[in-house]
Design a protein around this ligand. Structure first.
Ligand code: SF4
Ligand code: SF4
Length: 481
């Protein structure tokens, strides 16, 4: 008897590997093995071969795997995400394994870097080429970081190829990571100039406005003076102006390296972001606490500098040390990236980044940016809330036809990209009426009018007069995150 493999499902719950993808897995294993054995010194007398050989294998396997996006019709296809062992985060074995590997890598990088000495050796030819300097652990880390953004950026381009906004945004983060956060700092080192990152500003790069950094930069020549000028210009002038016109997305989703990694390497984990009210409450306290920490630290350092250390003594130095350790190392690195498979891809941006908090305040009160919602078209599928990496319950707004003006929104646009009804639109419009109340009557908005005459006449009927329904003003809605 002949058997037919027939299914009436519109989506496939699990994505099976094709024969070609299995070949890709083998190539990936070989590439990773080439790099892992270098930890024990195997093959490091041929560093160029080990580095480029491993990279070629990893990149080849990635591109073989990414073909699955090209083989599908254009449009977002997130079939089986929650059933996939890697993408189910803490519920999946692969998710746990990835979380432990990422976190373990950061712990070794910061506290056991001697274990990485052999591995760093295979980056030597590239370091000599770009910087004319021996490779060190930070060059190795920067190279891996940039490769992750570039390789996973190609995946984003394949996956979102129907969406112009996502294509431009992905090319932008790849460009800024490769150029501004990797090549330019490397070339500066080659020409004996300060290693400076033109795409990072205070308070994210917290020490760029500290007196010691400014002394160091201004003392290193005209280019150093320009770097101080650039840092000040970008924070005090460009940041408020660009945020006024475009919201925080101009930085968080188009320029920032942390955002770039979150949007590329972290994209498969975006649905793991917690969108409960409880998470939102923690988020607000923690991220604004970090802003206070960095502002106090900077103020203390300047006070100390102005009084030649007479007033505060070692207090400011302890603050800066603890800020660097707790926020720069543990939060931004170990938790921020290591926990992608556990808490989603924007843990650092949501809970720890002082730049995101500062931009968020500007976005909430002084920006033209909002996401408009054509609520009448919403079918409440929840895709938007599921794939919002900042844990915003987008559907809640869409169901009410209410604009989304949230300080945490990074303007990634994925909510709009995954909406099957075209409900959501990222806009920079006039600021008037940016905060609007619900324009649709929702079941929690219908109220009974207690007027005796009216009640007697209409007993048993629903009160439907528009004027009887309380309308909240702009200021009522401004009180919400
Ligand atoms: S609300 Fe939309 S644009 Fe904003 S962070 Fe969430 S998914 Fe991105
Ligand atoms: S994805 Fe679109 S249709 Fe689905 S809940 Fe969100 S706004 Fe509504």
């Amino acid at each position: 008897m002949q058997r037919y493999d027939v299914t009436f499902q519109l989506t496939s719950p699990t994505a099976k590997f094709t024969a070609m993808e299995r070949v890709g897995m083998v190539i990936l294993g070989l590439g990773l093995l080439t790099w892992v054995v270098a930890l024990w010194g195997i093959g490091i007398d041929q560093p160029a071969l080990m580095f480029w050989g491993g990279l070629a294998a990893i990149a080849t396997s990635a591109f073989i795997y990414f073909q699955r996006y090209l083989n599908r019709p254009a449009g977002i296809n997130n079939d089986g995400v929650w059933l996939n062992s890697a993408m189910a985060g803490v519920k999946g074995l692969v998710g746990w394994t990835l979380g432990i590997v990422f976190t373990g890598f950061y712990i070794i990088l910061y506290w056991q870097d001697a274990w990485l000495a052999n591995f760093v050796t295979i980056f030597e030819p590239l370091s000599q080429l770009l910087r004319n300097q021996p490779a060190d652990k930070w060059f190795m880390y920067g190279t891996l970081y940039t490769l992750a953004v570039l390789i996973m950026g190609v995946r984003m381009l394949y996956k979102y190829r129907h969406n112009k906004y996502q294509i431009l945004r992905t090319i932008s983060v790849m460009f800024f990571q490769l150029g501004f956060a990797f090549l330019i700092p490397s070339l500066l080192v080659m020409f004996n100039q300060p290693e400076f990152y033109f795409s990072y500003f205070w308070p994210l790069k917290y020490d760029y406005l500290w007196p010691s950094s400014i002394d160091w930069l201004t003392g290193s020549g005209k280019l150093g003076v320009f770097m101080v000028f650039w840092g000040g210009l970008m924070f005090f002038l460009a940041t408020p102006i660009l945020t006024f016109f475009y919201g925080k997305r101009w930085y968080c989703s188009w320029v920032c390296g942390c955002g770039g990694l979150a949007e590329t390497l972290g994209d498969p984990f975006r649905h793991l972001s917690d969108n409960s009210v409880k998470a939102w409450k923690y988020e607000r306290y923690i991220i604004h606490g970090v802003v206070v920490f960095v502002v106090v630290t900077t103020a203390l350092l300047w006070t100390n500098s102005a009084t030649s250390g007479a007033v505060l003594g070692q207090a400011s130095a302890s603050f800066s040390k603890w800020y660097g350790f707790l926020i720069g190392l543990i939060f931004a690195g170990v938790v921020g990236t290591g926990f992608y498979p556990i808490f989603g891809n924007r843990v650092w941006c949501r809970f720890g980044c002082p730049m995101a908090a500062t931009l968020g305040m500007l976005q909430k009160w002084f920006s033209r940016f909002r996401i408009t919602t054509n609520g009448g078209q919403c079918i409440s599928c929840g895709n938007c809330s599921t794939y919002c990496e900042m844990g915003i319950d987008v559907r809640w707004y869409a169901q009410r036809g209410q604009n989304i003006v949230r300080s945490s929104c990074v303007g990634c646009g994925v909510c709009a990209a995954v909406c099957p009804r075209g409900v959501l639109k990222l806009e920079n419009g006039p600021r008037e009426h940016r905060y609007n109340g619900p324009v649709l009557i929702h079941n929690d908005r219908v109220s009974v009018v207690l007027d005796d005459d009216w009640q007697a006449e209409t007993k048993g009927m629903m009160p439907v007069h528009q004027e009887d329904i309380p309308v909240l003003t702009d200021s009522d809605w401004k009180g919400m995150g």
